[in-house]
Each structure stands twice: as C-alpha cells, then as structure tokens.
Ligand binder design. Structure first.
Ligand code: NAP
Length: 321
C-alpha cells in the first residue's frame, strides 16, 4: 500500500485551505471530503457553509457570495494544485504509530489508507431542534449562525432558541440589526454566565419567552419564516409568535468520533491543539473541530493554512515529501 504524505480529513474552509497549501507545497495531498448526504445527519462535503445562503463576511467578496459557491471555489483551487479527493467518511483511525492508518467508507466501499501526516479538519455540527420545518427552512429564515446571517434581519423581529452563552452572545449581536429579539428557552433559568445574562436582560430590544419549546417553524409553503408555533413546557399550551427569522443556538457537536481515545480531547470532545498541533506528532488540526470560540470561515481557513505549513515542516524534517 502506498503511503500518502498528508491526508486531510474534512473539506470545509479549514480542510480545503490546508489542501491548497499542502498541494502547493508539492505534498500531493489526499482530501477525504466526507460522504454523500442522503441519509446522514452530519454536514455535507464542504461543511457548514453548504447549509448557508449568502456569506457577506468572507473577505474578497464585497458583494457577498453564496456559501456553496464559496466552497466550490475553495475546492477548485485545491484541485488545481493537485489535491486528490475521496468522497467518503472516515470511520476509524489508528494513530498509535506512523505511518498512520485511516479507514474510510462503509461495507464494500471501505478502504484503508496510510499517511505520514494527517490534518484533521472535520468541523463541528450545529445542533438542531430536529424539526422537519426547521430543516426545510434552513437558509431561508432559519439559521445557526447569527454572525453570518444577522444582518439579513435588519428592522425585523427574530427569535433565538437556547439559554447558554452562545444564545446570549447571538441575541446581543442580533439586537444590533433586528427591531426585536426574543430568546426562546425551554425552562426558566439560563445556563449562560451571569455577565452574559445581564447584558441580555439589560438590552431593551431583547425579550424572553420562558418555558417554551418550538414545535413548528412556519411557513414551509412560502419558503420563508413567518412565525413559530411554541409549546409551553409547563402548561402544554400552544401559541404562535410572529417572527421573520429563527436562530438556533443550542450548542455544537465536534466531529471527533473517530479520534476518541487516540488524541487528547477536552470535556466537550473538541481536539486540544497548540499552534495547529495535536497530542500526536504528525497529526495536525484546524477549524471548528478545535475552535469553540470564533467558528468563522475565515478563522478556519487561517487555521488550515497553519496546519498545512506545520505538516510541511514536520515532513521536511523527516525527509518525506
Ligand atoms: P450550552 O452551554 O450547551 O447551552 C445550550 C443551551 O441550549 C442550553 O440552555 C440548553 O437548555 C439549550 N438546549 C439544548 N438542547 C435543546 C433543545 N433540544 N431544545 C431547546 N433548547 C435546548 O451551549 P453554548 O451556549 O453553545 O455554549 C457552549 C460552550 O461554549 C459553553 O461552555 C459556553 O460557556 C461557551 N461559550 C462561551 C462564549 C463566551 O464566553 N463568549 C460564547 C459562546 C459559548 P438547558 O439550559 O435547559 O440545558
């Protein structure tokens, strides 16, 4: 079996930027971009940006660009310099000794690969409420990223689901654009830190809907958000709240399943990194799979560049590549 110099796992902004740099560094990388989507719960190849519409904060696109188009451009650029792609999911890795082993695909399609270095850029997936209407209106009024989509709701009323720091931070951010923000929370107490709570409580544009869960996002027929149907968790009464946008901020899950027990992860399952390096020599990391703080396409891309450069130095020191 031939051994790849570097295998990049993940094809969001972090993975594809790592691929561009590794390819331009003549490392002939393989990017395992994730599998086809039909039955999967995780993000499609290209990552979370494939689920957004306009991206207005990625530098270089003053008019904005659609998320999927941006990722297509990243991919073409990585391909242009010789990145090879495998459209499958990584199911398992063995990082106990170099060259490292990677298993991708299922059943008949399963294959085992070997790599001298790995860049993990598998991202994190936003958690969803799990409603059919939420899924259908994602990108059409439902969003999991206020920083990305808040500006589209100028002078409109929006809701945000969640009671943690993310929900508080995003509610505060949204209040700069929206005429009114309602935090919809399933119980009466917030999980968020006191300082973040206070900032929201003191904000005259933000209201709370306590003890409420979202039962349905309306209106799938119109392909836009017009209201949400709420369920009171105490009385079980239903009510309708008119809204133009619904933000879901109930946490993220890092895509680290195949790496558990092999790399140091924090309590929430994110990979612990230092300057793009993980706890295993020759295994690098970039993007949301380690970043709980910024979670932006541009910061992920920057981290992808860093991880690829670190991989290049690592391989050069070993005389590989
Ligand atoms: P989190 O702390 O896990 O909070 C998730 C919130 O969503 C909770 O209030 C939870 O309700 C609610 N929730 C979960 N599942 C739900 C469901 N199915 N339906 C309705 N509500 C649901 O997540 P997070 O806010 O993303 O924060 C993650 C971590 O990042 C935390 O450690 C946080 O401190 C940190 N963070 C820090 C900052 C900052 O310091 N600037 C900003 C953002 C995040 P319950 O409370 O009832 O469980």
């Amino acid at each position: 079996m031939s051994v790849w110099n570097v295998v990049i796992i993940g094809s969001g902004p972090a993975g594809l930027t790592a691929a561009i740099y590794a390819a331009r560094g003549n490392l002939k990388p393989l990017c395992i971009e994730g599998g086809e989507q039909a039955t999967k719960k995780s993000d499609p190849p290209g990552g979370q940006l494939m689920l957004t519409t306009d991206v207005e904060n990625y530098p270089g696109f003053p008019e904005g660009i659609m998320g999927p188009e941006l990722m297509e451009r990243f991919r073409k650029q990585a391909e242009r310099f010789g990145t090879e792609f495998l459209t499958d999911d990584v199911t398992k890795v063995d990082l106990s000794k170099a060259p490292y082993k990677i298993w991708a695909g299922h059943g008949d399609k399963e294959q085992t690969l070997e790599a001298h270095a790995i860049v993990i850029a598998t991202g994190a997936s936003a958690r969803y409420l799990g409603l059919e209407s939420e899924k259908k209106l994602l990108g059409y009024g439902v969003s999991t990223c206020a920083t990305c989509d808040g500006a589209f709701f100028k002078d409109l009323e929006v809701g945000i689901v969640g009671g943690g720091d993310s929900a508080m931070e995003e509610a505060t951010f949204l209040s700069k654009y929206a005429s009114k923000v309602t935090v919809i929370h399933r119980r009466e107490g917030l999980r968020a830190s006191k300082i973040m709570q206070q900032r929201v409580i003191d904000n005259p544009k933000i209201d709370f809907a306590w003890n409420k869960t979202v039962k349905m996002v309306n209106d799938v027929e119109k392909n836009e958000v017009t209201s949400v149907t709420l369920l009171d968790t105490k009385t079980e009464e239903e009510s309708e709240m008119a809204l133009s946008g619904l933000f879901v901020a109930i946490g993220h899950t890092p895509n680290t399943e195949p790496f558990k027990g092999q790399l140091d992860l924090d309590d929430a399952g994110y990979i612990i990194e230092k300057n793009g390096k993980t706890s295993v020599d020759g295994v690098f990391v970039a993007g949301d799979v380690h970043d709980t703080r910024y979670r932006q396409a541009i910061t992920a891309a920057g981290a992808g560049c860093r991880a690829a450069l670190e991989a290049e130095h690592y391989l050069a020191a070993k005389g590989i590549g």
